[in-house]
Ligand binder design. Sequence first.
Ligand SMILES: [Zn+2]
Length: 257
Amino acid sequence: MTFEAKHGTAIGSGAENQDLALTGADWALVLDGANPPAGVDTGCSHGVAWIVDRLGAHLGAGLDGAGTLAAILREAVIATVADHGPGCDTAHPRSPGATVALARLVGDDLEWLVLGDAAILFEDTTGRVAVETDLRVNELPEPPDTAEGLEAFIARYRNQPGGAWFAGAVPEAADHAFTGRQPIAELRRILLCTNGITRLTGRYDYRDADLMTLATTNRGPEALIDAVRGAELTDPDPQRWEGKRHDDATAVVVDLH
Ligand SMILES: [Zn+2]
């Protein structure tokens, strides 16, 4: 059995790439920093890319050790909060955070965790592709249309019970991640993606299995990035989508056999 990971990442329409992919001997992760609108107070001066970098460093250190994925994520959030220092208000409802997808070999199993709309695709030994993701952020009631209403909405739902959870400033978020494990013997490969990649299935006509097929071509994850940029650039009506024209797009494909 092997754990051969290839990753790719591309900046979207923003000024910096707030996605991150990291891999170790037996683990892989992707993070996607959530960007507050320009000018909105977040309780601190640290940018989203800084948060993602800190979380990634602490997760990588944790994944090289023991403990459950949820416990590793919880400790990484605690360590990231400590990195902010006392001048930052990490209890602020807008304190920056990230979506997360983690996978790691443990004995004969692959353990996984997703928090937010990052995704992990699993191709089994029969070629069937399944996906795990956390779309709770899409299931919240419609946000109000006043600025005050929006801030109250975020305070009510962001990293709150019944709302949507992100990794950043609230260690309890780790307890709300979706987790599981699967015998390695049943798996051929996995693909971890940020939502800049999974818009291929959410917006365009790709199936989950198509993403896996693209990822296993010679260009690997770069083929997924090419596909999403191609779909965006030929979209006849890009205005119909919320969010950026091009989001940061990141993928890691891991061959397990
Ligand atoms: Zn800070």
